[in-house]
Design a binder for this molecule. Structure first.
Ligand code: C5P
Length: 211
């Protein structure tokens, strides 16, 4: 049986953690597609380029190497903000599409999380979920994560960053962040990580049972 699960949602909604746990539950490979955009931005900046230079960003996207995605420099709000600038460029998105579709097309299936998985990358996914949480809950979670690592970032700066990035992702014309029409919705504002996982698993099992 093949099972493709698409999990989309805004920054810091918890979709990455949920996708990882769902992948492990079903024994499927998982791709955090945000890492691809983060890596493109990193590669443009490392080579001294500008994030809104279409040709440079597209060349970086075409040259993306899977083994460089496991890079701690890709974590954190600065890398996410830079990613959302190159993510607006249609040529960058097009260059990353084959990689994502090949990943989704593996025997048995896969779990992918991002912004446009259910709408553009895998419109035929068996299960689509759009994960949300209030802006404040998302900023608070990021704040606690940074604090846990001993990093000093203000809650207010994180909230501003999340709102700016969401607006950029929602308002762009190329594959904007959007729930697919056939996506199930999960609001994790009032849920801790385990409750969110349980709620998502119930949604997925119900959907699979109904098919
Ligand atoms: O999910 P993450 O926060 O790592 O994504 C970083 C940025 O990459 C997002 O803000 C968005 O601009 C872009 N992205 C995207 N499409 C995806 C995944 C991420 O545009 N499928």
């Amino acid at each position: 049986m093949t099972l493709i699960i698409a999990i989309d949602g805004p920054a810091a909604s918890g979709k990455g953690t949920l996708a990882r746990r769902i992948a492990s539950h079903f024994g499927l490979p998982w791709l955090d597609t945000g890492l691809l955009y983060r890596a493109v931005a990193r590669d443009v900046l490392v080579s001294g380029g500008s994030l809104d230079d279409i040709a440079e960003a597209a060349a970086a996207a075409r040259a993306i190497a899977a083994e460089t995605l496991d890079d701690p420099a890709l974590r954190g709000p600065k890398a996410g903000d830079a990613a959302s600038i190159v993510a607006k460029i249609p040529e960058v998105r097009a260059a990353l599409l084959d990689y994502q579709r090949a990943f989704a097309g593996q025997a048995g299936g896969a779990v992918l999380d991002g912004r446009d998985i259910g709408t553009v990358v895998c419109p035929g996914a068996h299960v689509k979920v759009f994960v949300t949480a209030s802006d404040e809950a998302r900023a608070q979670r990021r704040f606690l994560e940074h604090q846990g690592r001993g990093e000093n970032i203000s809650y207010h700066d994180l909230l501003t960053d999340i709102r700016r990035r969401d607006a950029r992702d929602r308002d762009r014309s190329a594959a904007p962040m959007l729930a697919a029409r056939d996506a199930m919705h999960l609001d994790t504002t009032e849920l801790d990580a385990n409750q969110a996982f349980d709620a998502l698993l119930t949604l997925i099992n119900t959907k699979l049972g109904a098919n």
